[in-house]
Design a protein. Sequence first.
Length: 132
Amino acid sequence: MMQVSSRTERSAPVIEVQHILVAVKSQRMQDGLSQQAAKALAADLLARIKDDGDFIALMKEHSKDPGSKNGGSYTMHDPKKGGEAPPGAQPRSGMVAAFGDVGWRLDVGDYGVSNYNQTSSPFGYHIIKRVR
């Protein structure tokens, strides 16, 4: 899958992302898939997105994040990068690490994937799109 960990983090103090959470069954996500099935679905969804798939429609259909059903997005602020946090922004440290680890390495309009990891991405695979 598309890895962005080798990219340099962007300097913007505030970013906005949307994501599709493909959940892995765990104590946190009872309605998730096996890790193998979740990985396969995430790869399939990413391929569909790259082939001009409708990100919002796929997010509403497949994401296990409740906010995704309404086209939800997350605005994050990283105080280490300066600037003031806009109203409603979440601190980077208050979000799952995968959002910042991937989100700040993307250019606006780009996609990236955070693989399932019990520490940095404990809910499953995240297909992340940087919106702003």
